[in-house]
Design a protein around this ligand. Structure first.
Ligand code: SF4
Length: 170
């Protein structure tokens, strides 16, 4: 069994964890008592994250609904990432051709904070589409709680790129 330092990606503290790895598979997650910041703290969500990762109901592939679309009706069929991506691209193209690029909007949630390239890639994607509409929860939940210069700290659209929510990010 190998001990591998890692961290919990569920929320902002990014609590330090130690993964016990055997034969390339994580067997257990524990708080990292040697970490200088979180010093052995991790809540039940971080420590039990393996249960979510290994849950048999966890989605590992796209599912597309077939037939009746009412709640509880129809069938969910596994699809390849390629075919689902093609479908989404076709639907976006149709919307943009019919209503213009601002008819497409994005909503960035908490997980992008833990993906170094995620928010940049999302910005590029929407700029490529020509849409100026990207939203995040900051105006509703954290308009003033983050220091200036932090991403998502200002609820107003950037006057330069009209996409970022803060001028310092463009
Ligand atoms: S262990 Fe708990 S408090 Fe720490 S990052 Fe994960 S969810 Fe958040």
């Amino acid at each position: 069994m190998k001990s591998v330092p890692t961290f919990c990606r569920v929320c902002e503290p990014s609590c330090a964890l130690v993964a016990q790895v055997d034969d390339g598979k994580v067997q257990r997650l524990q708080p990292d008592r040697d970490h200088p910041v979180t010093r052995g703290f991790a809540c039940h969500k971080g420590i039990n994250y393996l249960a979510i990762h290994q849950d048999p109901d966890r989605l590992d592939t796209p599912l597309a609904r077939q037939g009746d679309r009412r709640p509880g009706q129809g069938q969910w069929q596994p699809r390849s990432w390629e075919s689902v991506t093609d479908d989404i691209a076709g639907a976006l193209k149709q919307i943009i051709e019919t209503h213009g690029p601002d008819a497409v909007a994005g909503y960035i949630g908490n997980p992008t904070a833990f993906n170094a390239l995620g928010s940049q890639a999302i910005g590029e994607f929407f700029m490529g589409l020509g849409s100026r509409r990207i939203f995040n929860p900051a105006p509703k939940t954290a308009p003033t709680s983050l220091p200036p210069g932090r991403r998502y700290s200002a609820p107003a659209p950037c006057i330069h790129c009209r996409i970022s929510t803060t001028p310092t990010a463009c």
